[in-house]
Write a protein that binds this ligand. Structure first.
Ligand SMILES: [Zn+2]
Length: 485
């Protein structure tokens, strides 16, 4: 069956996504049966804080239906998996009515999981846990104390500073179960080591194998999708965001915060958490502190304003980096195959008179062509900004590349206690070998350490030697010397 159409609009806060969506919906309604807007903003799903979360007021919606907006209670938890399910339902309904769904929002993470299925852990149907061959064989050769540790993993990762022995034991366990992933984490990074062990427990498989598999799986889009990335030059955007904060304050931001705060003072139902959901929105956090302080000085107020502006700008930066580093690579990976996801950057730096020529008109034209299944123009020809921003992100989405990039090696010269090895990023090994602390220890080295030193130098010259996973574990556990994968 041919994939059904979907239009997606993403971009940072304050670039005019909602306006574009409404203009598109109205335009489509003239030619097709209609269009509905589906909200993909993690804060706008909640009721309340309409101003702070930038919900389009009813009066500005021009009768266009907005779904999944303001329908969750402020303290309710609502996460990506639930949203994807709700969005799929809303899109199905829209298609049944022969209308066009337009998904709009700043939570690109949600959109990505909607556009490309099967990437979310936990979305697979639950089946009985089957241990993979590699895990089975690793478990059978585990020393008893590590097997016991695996069978009774702690609830929380230990703090390496407080309990280094527990931290290194966890790392050693991971090294036996999945050497490749263990080489990625420093033993002190207990949170990541622990998380990898939990994946082994939950899936019965090596995290590194799961990663490689994901790298090989070609992402198939769920819908025939047309994407618009609404983009504004950061310097211009930041000024715009700053003045938006000032405007919000004038229009009653403090009243919204007060109202929401008083809600949180009422007796809570069991599924309500006043630190989650909308209580995490930018603006609430900053002004809640100000409002609940014993005295509300002008200085404290100004500080809250500055903090909100800063948080907003930082949020916009994070949004851009998600789009460039996660979403676009996922889209590009799809584009390598037969099903493509055409993605256009629309330059919304100037939302005044250039909005029509740079944003609205190209979007309307492209949507028309897309819905008529006509040939679409090359996204890079749209503007100079489009060429720059879309081209730099053209790198393969390969999770194993990250794995390789962060690989750690043990410097046995600098290791005092073999159970708590001294680890260096492989990429920094050359610098480490030349460093003063390392050289000082080299001068005191034993014959074994001389050998090790030469080995490290060879590694530096020739790159990583190809060794099997098993022999690495052997090397590491028997002598506490260099390992890599
Ligand atoms: Zn060293």
């Amino acid at each position: 069956m041919a994939l059904r159409p979907l239009i997606a609009i993403f971009g940072t806060t304050g670039v005019g996504k909602s306006n574009l969506a409404i203009e598109l919906a109205l335009h489509i309604s003239k030619t097709c049966k209609g269009a509905r807007i589906i909200n993909a903003d993690a804060m706008q799903v909640y009721a309340g804080l309409d101003l702070i979360t930038n919900k389009v007021p009813d009066t500005e919606r021009h009768g266009v239906e907005h779904l999944l907006m303001g329908f969750k209670q402020p303290g309710e938890q609502y996460v990506v998996g639930q949203w994807v399910k709700d969005a799929i339902r809303a899109i199905d309904e829209t298609h049944l009515r022969e209308e066009i769904p337009i998904v709009v929002g700043g939570t690109s993470y949600w959109m990505q999981h909607l556009m490309f299925p099967d990437r979310l852990a936990g979305t697979q149907p639950e089946t009985a846990l089957v241990l993979s061959e590699s895990i089975t064989s690793a478990l059978t050769s585990l020393p008893p104390h590590l097997l016991e540790l695996f069978n009774s993993l702690p609830q929380q990762p230990p703090d390496a500073a407080v309990d280094p022995a527990a931290a290194s034991a966890l790392h050693l366990l991971l090294l036996h179960l999945d050497p490749a992933i263990a080489a990625r984490w420093h033993w002190r990074d207990t949170r990541k080591v622990f998380r990898s062990l939990c994946i082994v427990k939950d899936t019965g498989r090596r995290p590194s194998e799961i990663l490689s598999e994901q790298a090989e799986t070609v992402l198939k889009p769920r819908y025939r999708t047309l994407c618009f990335w609404l983009y504004a030059e950061p310097s211009v955007l930041h000024r715009r965001l700053d003045s938006r904060v000032d405007a919000m304050i004038e229009r009653g931001l403090l009243d919204e915060v007060r109202a929401l705060h008083s809600l949180s003072q009422q007796p809570a139902s069991t599924d309500t958490d006043y630190t989650l959901g909308i209580y995490q929105s930018i603006g609430y956090k900053e002004f809640h502190g100000y409002l609940t302080a014993p005295s509300q000085t002008e200085t404290a107020f100004n500080e809250a304003v500055e903090n909100m502006k800063l948080s907003t700008r930082q949020y916009a930066k994070r949004q851009i980096s998600w789009i460039r580093n996660k979403l676009l690579p996922a889209i590009n990976a799809t584009n390598a195959e037969d099903t493509t996801v055409p993605t256009y950057l629309l330059d919304a730096t100037d939302i005044g008179e250039k909005w029509i020529s740079r944003v609205r008109d190209p979007a309307l034209q492209l949507s028309r062509d897309f819905l008529n299944s006509a040939d679409l123009r090359d996204p890079l020809t749209l503007s100079e900004t489009a060429r720059t921003m879309l081209e730099v992100s053209d790198k393969p989405v390969d999770p194993t590349a990250v794995l390789k990039a962060q690989r750690k090696v043990v410097c046995s010269v600098c290791t005092v206690d073999p159970t708590q090895p001294f680890m260096v990023d492989e990429g920094r090994l050359a610098a480490h070998l030349e460093s003063r602390p390392h050289k000082r220890l080299v001068n005191k080295k034993t014959p074994e350490q001389y050998k090790e030193e030469n080995r490290l130098r060879r590694l530096r010259q020739t790159g990583t030697p190809k060794v099997t996973a098993e022999s690495e574990v052997e090397t590491e556990t028997s002598s506490g010397s260099l390992f890599s994968s």
